[in-house]
Design a protein around this ligand. Sequence first.
Ligand code: 28G
Length: 653
Amino acid sequence: MAEELRKKTYNEDDITILHGLEGVQKRPAMYIGSTGSTGLHHLVWEIVDNAVDEALNGFGSSISVTIHKDGSISVLDDGRGIPTGIHKEAKIPAVELIFTTLHSGGKFSSKAYTTSAGMHGVGAAVTNALSEFVDVTIWRDGKIHHIRFEDGGKTVVPLEIIGNTNKHGTLVTFKPSAKYFTTSEFRWQTIFDHLQESAYLLKKIHFDLKDERTNLSQSFYYENGIQQFVEDMNANKNTLDKVLYMHDLSDDIYVEIAMQYAFNDYNETLYSYVNNVRTIDGGTHETGFRMGLTRAVNDFAEANNLLKGKTKLEGTDIREGLTAVISLRIPEAIAEFEGQTKAKLGTPQVLNIVSNFIYNKFTYYLAENKEFSINLIKKCQDAQNARVAARKAKDEARASKTKKTEVIISDKLTPAQSKDYAKNELFIVEGDSAGGTARNGRDRIHQAILPLRGKPLNTDSATVSKMLENKEFATIINAIGAGYGQAFDVSEAKYGKIIIMTDADTDGAHIQTLLLTFFYNFMRPLITSGHVYVAVPPLYRVYKETNKKEIEEYAWNDEDLALAKKKIGPGYKVSRFKGLGEMNDKQLKETTMDPKHRQLIQVNIENPFLAEKRISTLMGKDTAIRRKWVEENVDFNTEDSFFKEQIHGEEKK
Ligand code: 28G
């Protein structure tokens, strides 16, 4: 066996093949983005996306993923099965070639559509290169075929036939090699999100996820694809009309758009995909969509005399409260991706195709649905009025900066002394008393304190004017100094960090939710650019008095607690902090405010469509749903909370 292997290694073809995989092993991050959790999951996407490709091309209708207890994972599809015949040039079975050479797909295929976009669509060989083993079973041509690779892509069991069958499909099981990754744990939620997203984009395909570690399982199947996607995102919103779904094929480019408007939503939520891969940085399809939509609405308003002498609507007026999903299928040959992360579509001709597509379809829809059109134009004009008013208020605030009467709302804000805004931190603190403690414990140079009395207003069901009348939010907007809504400009923010500091109880969690809802609705860039944090106060103080000197340690969880007890030694006492109010200024500073010791959670939106859905579930019109959800789910330290929280690298203890 070893003899055979060695011989194989030195055969000409194989040298180049092994060379390819060595490149991946030397610089894994270049191929999979990172060697952390994201990179680990990329190995899964490489395999899953091949199954998705097969379904996308019309073969197979069901894809299952199973996470095993031993750190391996399986993907099963019911497509044609990976070809097993000997490849003419390489003189090895096609399946072996696919798993042992980079970009082998491109070499011999002229597949119409492929999921591979950008740098991460690098193929199954990358997964093989970075795995302890890859085991492949193929049902095809009446036979069951099997091949196995180990130790970074070495063929240890050459392709063999192990039985007869009348089924077809492919099963790939692999285990990432611990050598290359800083983590080896597959995350249920991450794989859940990926499969759900694929299921929305690939209608009528069954996806199943099973986790043998926990016995959890989940199926995804969307008869109506992206139409259902938008429906689900907006499930708890007060919508203007049903979801509008349109699709068309033009010049080999298949365009699919689902969209819906909602009242009381001041954001545009646009998700775009090319060949099932999210284009988070947009590109020509998004630009075309925005251009065509703006033109359609303005032309309609003008033709029906609805502008009444007013200026044309701006794109942002037209997209307020809009949730849309754009999905394109583009032949691989003309799919161009730009930018550092290759997540922006560059294909020039797509701009006009999508622009004309949405212009024609939406113009027709507006003409056919007069009640909707009138409501929509009214809504757009409300947005226009609000935008003009906000701009005016901002200009006036700027002009009157020297006037003393300016600050009518900020009497509770204790400012920071420094004008180095990026280094300044605004603590929004639950309660006047904790606010007082924080004021005394703060770093005067860089930390500002804003205490909140009671619960902030729920901005998900409030109008803009209600929100502005609210003293707390008016103060926050004023303190941050960068406007709100469409006019919000994150580069003008007077704080590098906005830190929410509440008690670690249900009320505190609710206040966090209400504040995050406000930031999500009116200052979203503050969240997406990583400026919003939640402070984590410790749960315990472990202490002991020794010859008049007191020694103490703080603990955030049971693990910390055990360590602290050990450190303090025999005779320790433990006190449990129930709220911020139980700490004095020195303790609060040391544990929760001082950058050297504190723990902060950086708020970011991992899966925006879930955030959207959960925010509106949580904060929307239906109070019964909300109460139930809060009772069952509000725990800002679980993975399942709607804002994904990460302990910020620098701040991590
Ligand atoms: C279960 C985990 C991941 C796959 C297929 C099926 C074919 C294929 C895959 O072809 C390249 C290009 C055309 C021959 C294609 C089968 C054509 C005819 C396929 C998967 C080589 C690869 N019959 N199913 N690749 N072709 N499933 N699931 O990887 O010329 S990959």
